[in-house]
Ligand binder design. Sequence first.
Ligand code: AGP
Length: 364
Amino acid sequence: ASYDMGGHDTYMHKEISEQPDAVDRVLRGRIDDRFNTVHLGGLNLDAREARGIRRVKILGCGTSYHAGLIGAGLIESLARIPADAEPASEFRYRNPVVDPDTLYIAVSQSGETYDVLAAVQELKRKGARVLGVVNVVGSAIAREADGGTYVHAGPEVCVVSTKCFTNTVVAFALLALHLGRIRDLSVAEGKRIIEGLRKLPAQISEILESEDEIKKLAEQYADAKSMMFIGRVRGYPVALEASLKLKEISYIHAEAYPASELKHGPLALIEPALPTVAIVPDDELLEKNRAALEEIKARSGRILAVAHREQEKADHTIVVPKNEDELDPILMGIPLQLLAYHTALALGRDIDKPRNLAKSVTVE
Ligand code: AGP
């Protein structure tokens, strides 16, 4: 496919820049201010069925899997349904127990990823209910699923996914709110999340305005041979996704770890040559995350924090606007897309066509 680059040098840059509009699109027409809930037309799941769900299992690959991890957290916290995410490929090769009271959700930008499609087909064969959270309208996974929701990110051309990741997470927030309001989430809580969702487009624009600052940081860290990304609970999938972005386009080795796991091994790696990118939101885990920064500093590790205010233990902080705790991961991922982008640019990489990768993996 070839689309107008709209004055950008790369599709990746264009797609990162489109995120305020893309998020606006996924929200449009879906919020119900009377009941403080969300309507998602294509779910094919009535309230009684929604109340009968005992578990949620989310399946996807790569970036879509990471969006699913955040989605699982949103469903657990807003709808109080046990939820988790797993790479679709792993799931389908381990002969999973398919449970009729579990809602399965397949996530895919292209809607054509073979491992996801095969997982959906296996689930359907075993009588499971499967929803799709998909970007490309009418794609194979969208057609195969019992229902679902489109993420409306618009065409994504760059091999590395950016705007579709963000929109997928927003779509999960909508789904979680919808399920939550059918179950135990109060009107006031529904309103709180809706107000948070509505702030996202302007807050994303605000983050995009700090691109020059992020570019300078990227140039400072681009000499690293390897980077560590850490986050806790909601921040951990953000770390996973940011490390994948960096690997894909800069070819710098990167690892993502839950901040709480550092002391169980990876702390041994910390030294000045291994910088750490830390996700440090102003939430109930702030003090725990700060303690991790101290551990790293004590070993002379360089730290770049993504936080809601300047972190004194960090060498640099990218400050992002605060939203509701549950929605913070959406915003914290954005500057790290730009960090990966500018790191790759500083290293002269072919950003839209990273080596060895294809936009969609339609074979096994
Ligand atoms: C994202 O940057 C990757 N190139 C890749 O991990 C991708 O997310 C994965 O292949 C899944 O693709 P899909 O969303 O089209 O199913």
